[in-house]
Design a protein around this ligand. Structure first.
Ligand code: NAD
Length: 516
């Protein structure tokens, strides 16, 4: 099995573009943000974009401000109405979404090159993310076109129905770790529902969201319906969530930010979807296909350099095979190759930013000071070829208890802890002893046991004998501190609609009330 090198596992099995992509700075790195259909130089903070592989500044971008948010929201609301986007028939909006999906697929190489430059990720991964975004737009188009409205069973002389309408303007706030895929996950259903959308991409990786806006424009999305406003979360993001005309926000990011935004949303009684952090358990039983489990566990934690909300960062191994499995895992982890995202031989690419890499290193140092033992990795590499990039090696720590800080706090880097367990009851207790509930991996040949555990572990997504696989048709939810609400699946479009009920009277009888 080669999960780590097979992009098909990441994007519903579609073919992946394969030529060597490059970035065209004049076309793809223009200092312009997208405000209600206009490409403008932002009036906010200057964002310096740094190549994670070299430390070189490759572009600058003036971001948005709270005032830009206000303009985009007001004009977006008018544009959705005046252009007919909000009132268009489902198949008419679906046609535009199909064209966006196809445009994203056609631009796959361009998107991948830009995203690898901006985030450091391997081209294998950024191509897969681009294809996943293309498929998301097409899936939401199909869902929209085939979605029924309901006549409800009347309990009186009426025709009763449940209908849906767009909410107006919605916000989409995304993190830096999977741009384009997380953009599409929010933009496609929100646009499908007939809304205007304000996207707030992260400061560390704004470029592919701006490219996506170009593709939406070229595909015929009416002007003004989409804005892309990069800028700091505490000003631009906060202005978006607190704006009185914004009817819903979908947020993906850290748990602390999400908790804060839930308060902001509560103050204005606005629905908010939160996709947050994780500390996901991956559980290996002694009857597992060990080779498959080793490969899957490695992929689960070290792909994307561990910068993944669903990273399987707590590895639980049944005590009878703990030593042998750990030896295999460490040996394979040491063979993973650090390198640039553009190098086809790279397994573990640089991390997004120097500050983030250093915070990961500091968490490992703290864990070691608290008694953890390093089995591999555990130090910033001293190879001079890697000195300019934000590299951190695959790291496995042992000699820890599940209650230790390193087992409880999200590292968001290529760092795993490995712990033994005795039986099902023991591992369920340890797996659930966390504030998070995002994902879980189970490696066993006993499917009855897998189902028992899958139901017992507090995780929105459970993988059995695989890990980190996604399908846009399957809903995604974080339990506990990992989130609130659901994304993906057919119902995603409805999550961006107001639901209404209509009663049509069919009776000729007079209304008797108040007659004496
Ligand atoms: P973050 O919370 O710092 O930022 C996420 C986004 O929110 C960014 O665009 C940021 O600018 C914005 N933001 C920050 N403060 C804000 C505020 N006060 N108001 C409005 N917006 C604000 O997270 P990050 O470091 O960019 O991303 C990493 C985190 O995201 C990790 O915890 C990871 O687990 C999580 N994540 C979760 C999922 C999921 O689906 N559950 C997916 C990817 C990442």
């Amino acid at each position: 099995m080669s999960l780590a090198t097979s992009p098909a596992h990441l994007h519903d099995g579609s073919p992946v573009c394969a030529s060597t992509p490059t970035v065209d700075p004049a076309r793809d790195l223009r200092d312009r943000i997208f405000v209600a259909g206009r490409w403008e130089i932002g009036t906010g903070d200057l964002i310096e974009s740094i190549d994670p592989a070299t430390g070189a500044v490759f572009a600058t971008l003036h971001g948005a401000t709270a005032d830009t948010v206000d303009t985009a929201v007001r004009e977006g609301l008018s544009a959705a109405r005046a252009s007919g986007w909000a009132s268009a028939l489902p198949h008419e909006r679906a046609a535009v979404l199909h064209r966006i999906g196809n445009a994203v697929e056609d631009a796959c190489d361009r998107i991948a090159a830009l995203q690898t430059l901006d985030t450091g990720k391997t081209l294998t991964e950024t191509r897969a993310l681009a294809m996943s975004a293309a498929n998301t737009f097409r899936y939401m188009a199909a869902a929209l076109e085939t979605m029924d409205s309901a006549l409800t069973t009347p309990r009186g002389p009426w025709l009763t129905m449940s209908t849906h309408r767009p909410m107006g303007v919605v916000g989409a706030i995304t993190p830096w770790n999977s741009p384009i895929a997380s953009d599409a996950q929010k933009l496609a259903p929100a646009l499908a529902a007939g809304n205007a959308v304000i996207s707030k991409p992260p400061v560390w990786a704004p470029w592919v969201t701006l490219l996506l806006a170009q593709l939406c424009e070229e595909a015929g999305l009416p002007a003004g319906v989409l804005s892309v406003l990069p800028g700091p979360g505490r000003t631009v993001g906060e202005a978006l969530v607190s704006h009185p005309l914004v009817s819903k926000v979908s947020f993906t990011g850290g748990t602390a930010t999400g908790r804060h935004l839930a308060h902001v949303a509560a103050d204005k009684l606005m629905p908010i979807t939160l996709e947050l952090g994780g500390k996901s358990p991956t559980i290996v039983f002694d009857d597992a296909d060990i080779e498959r489990a080793v490969a899957g566990v490695l992929f689960g934690i070290f792909s994307s350099s561990g910068q993944s909300c669903i990273a399987g960062s707590r590895i639980f191994v049944q005590r009878s095979i703990f030593d042998a499995f750990t030896t295999d895992l460490v040996e394979r982890a040491q063979q993973l190759r650090l390198g640039r995202g553009t190098d086809p031989g790279t397994d573990v690419a640089p991390m997004i930013a120097r500050a983030h890499r250093d915070s990961v290193a500091a968490m490992v140092d703290d864990a070691v000071a608290a008694g953890a033992r390093i089995l591999c990795g555990g130090a910033i590499p001293d190879d001079p070829r890697l000195a300019d990039g934000n590299y951190y090696p695959p790291t496995i720590l042992t000699g820890v208890a599940n209650t230790d800080t390193i087992c409880q706090e999200e590292v968001f880097g290529p760092v795993a802890v490995i712990l033994p367990f005795d039986d099902e009851a023991d591992v369920i207790a340890q797996a659930n002893d966390t504030v998070y509930g995002l994902a879980c991996g189970i490696w066993t040949e006993d499917y009855r046991r897998a189902l028992r555990l899958g139901e017992a572990v507090d995780a929105g997504t459970v993988w059995v004998n695989t890990y980190k696989q996604f399908s846009i048709s399957t809903p995604f939810t974080g339990l506990r501190d990992s989130g609130l609400g659901t994304e993906k699946g057919r119902d995603a479009v409805r999550a961006y609609c107001d639901q209404k009920s209509i009663y049509l009277d069919r009776s000729d009888a007079p209304i008797a009330w108040g007659k004496h």
